[in-house]
Write a protein that binds this ligand. Structure first.
Ligand SMILES: [Zn+2]
Length: 148
């Protein structure tokens, strides 16, 4: 079974498929069940400028889908907790889907909206694991958006 680190590296690799944008991050996401099977994946903007990777991955599972025990969502970036473009944030979608565990690499810098996803997820009882050791790879994908 793949480790958290390997799955998160897969999510970061997926983020590179995102069409470039000057106004939004490129993100990759995977939904993995307790047995280690990848149920769905997504990246930013496959259909339109406002698509987020996590909502694309969850959307691929269908509106009535509900996570089984031990399901983990991997995202290269902290799931959004505030969002101007859509009524539901990715954090809200993750909670609504019953996903009990989220692993991400990079805590969203407050460039476009306040990054409060991790706190919202934890408040909803979701286990949140940050792997900042992989954040450099996410910053690299989004280097045109971030001042160093
Ligand atoms: Zn989002």
């Amino acid at each position: 079974m793949s480790t958290d680190r390997e799955r998160l590296e897969e999510a970061i690799a997926l983020s590179r498929r995102s069409p470039p944008s000057d106004s939004a991050f490129s993100v990759g996401a995977l939904v993995v069940d307790a047995q280690g099977s990848v149920l769905a994946s997504g990246w930013s903007r496959p259909h339109g400028q406002r698509d987020h990777a996590e909502e694309i991955a969850l959307g691929a599972l269908g509106a009535g889908w509900h996570a089984g025990p031990g399901t983990t969502l991997y995202s290269s970036l902290e799931p959004c907790g505030a969002r101007s473009s859509r009524p539901r944030t990715c954090s809200a979608l993750i909670v609504a889907a019953g996903i009990g565990r989220v692993v991400f690499a990079w805590r969203e810098p407050s460039i476009f909206v306040e990054g409060r996803g991790a706190e919202l997820l934890r408040a909803a009882g979701v286990e949140v694991v940050e792997m900042p050791e992989l954040a450099a790879g996410v910053r690299e994908v989004n280097r045109h958006l971030v001042r160093r």
